[in-house]
Ligand binder design. Sequence first.
Ligand code: FEO
Length: 178
Amino acid sequence: MKDLLRLRTSLTEEIEALLNEQIKTEAYSSAVYLSMASWCNRNGFDNSAGYLEKQSYEEREHMMKLFRFVNDMGGRAISPEITNIPQEFDSFKGVFELALQQEIHVTSQFNRMADRCFKAKDFMTFQFIQWFLKEQIEEEYVARRILELFDVIGEEGTGRWQIDKHIPKVTYGEDPGE
Ligand code: FEO
């Protein structure tokens, strides 16, 4: 029966497993961004809390994009079990250090998937994940720029208040001339 089902999809077991792993990672990212939002809210960083809530929604959308793709391709998308979500963070800066780390991890997973798709000649999935690879340029850029605010503005005095005010304004814009 399993082999029969496999004949009805172009997804190999390996690529399907990688896609399901990514569904789980995006769900984890969504949950962590939400716990970061709660921490920022509790510690008086309201603008950052709003920004992180928005990030959490976006990660959920990423998860759903992948989830639908797996099912649309005739595979079996798995609703992930998410555990071990940190609820406490060492510092305001620590929240954003972790955010950048998580984004770099996501990029490496998509790079690995692109490599596996290429080797398996799965050009449909390869093409599908191009959107995510492009998105990662933006996600990493914004996370890096936010972290830089801590050095540029400094945390002393009203520094953290200023940083919190600037965080939602950090955006990624490609040069229109290019
Ligand atoms: Fe969906 Fe921020 O990676």
